[in-house]
Design a protein. Structure first.
Length: 278
């Protein structure tokens, strides 16, 4: 039986725990496969993607900073990726063409359902920090879940405006300078930026105006307990770390490439958590 190979492209990429995640599933299901890291600088993404069919690679995940660029480079997009202009999963089809998909929004919502099952998003706004590929996927998923007000707060007004233009009136662009005020009345605060990640600048955000009932989540998982989550827990908020999003967003990709629908469970989380020192 031929070994199935897939991987993840990013820059930087050494922090990724995706090989441990997929490796755990491969071992659990007895599949002859491998999942590897591809360190791809921004200027080499097209070359790297086009090499996948020639190398016999089944597909690749995309992480920072490649998600939006990949959407412009693949041959076709699934409906979600087409709506948001962002891709975190590329599959090599039998004819050698590349199909882009987005599972970030799915992973985000499944993580919230597990970590904050009582959360209701029906009546109050959601605040998203960031306007990159992950933010686009999450905003789209929230819109599909009928969230009516999504405040997007980002350091680049141009990128925030583009997200609002692409996804519609549900998106409320807020300037970065007003981020401390934007959390007022929110049901959910989500950091989709790399601020607070190991090796990145800290996230400067006051939670003083955030309602006590609000849930706080951070898609960063290195460190697992970011300063934002620690500050939220100290104020009594339900805080949901980013590891669950990583686990859940990987499930559709594994099923597509390796032919088995895997389970996200406590043992999988512990296997990945062990690599984080937890």
């Amino acid at each position: 039986m031929a070994t199935i190979v897939a991987g993840v492209m990013g820059w930087p990429i050494a922090h990724s725990r995706s090989p441990v995640l997929h490796g755990t599933w491969l071992a659990r299901h007895g599949i002859a496969g491998a999942y590897v890291l591809f360190a791809v600088p921004p200027g080499r993404l097209e070359t790297a993607l086009r090499a996948l069919p020639a190398l016999g690679i089944a597909g690749a995940n995309l992480t920072v900073p490649h998600k939006e660029a990949a959407a412009r480079l693949v041959d076709r997009l699934d409906p979600t990726a087409a709506r948001i202009g962002s891709v975190n999963m590329v599959t090599v089809l039998p004819d050698g063409t590349l199909e882009g998909a987005s599972t970030d929004g799915y992973g985000f919502m499944e993580n919230l359902r597990q970590g904050a099952p009582e959360l209701s998003l029906a009546d109050r706004p959601v605040v998203l920090l960031g306007a990159g590929g992950a933010a686009r996927a999450i905003a789209d998923e929230l819109i599909q879940a009928r969230v009516r007000r999504i405040r997007v707060v980002n350091r680049s007004d141009e990128r925030t405006a583009a997200l609002a233009r692409d996804l519609g009136l549900t998106i409320e662009p807020w300037p970065w300078a007003l981020r401390h005020v934007a959390v007022t009345g929110a049901a959910l605060l989500a950091n989709t930026t790399t601020l607070g990640m190991v090796g990145q600048p800290p996230l400067d955000l006051s939670l003083s105006l955030l309602p006590p009932s609000a849930v706080v989540t951070d898609i960063v998982y290195t460190p697992l307990e970011t300063p934002l989550l620690a500050a939220a827990r100290a104020r009594g908020h339900v805080a949901v770390d980013g590891l669950g999003m990583l686990l859940h967003q990987a499930r559709p990709a594994f099923a597509r490439w390796f032919g088995t629908d895997p389970e996200v469970d406590a043992s999988l989380r512990q296997a990945v958590l062990a690599t984080l020192g937890g």
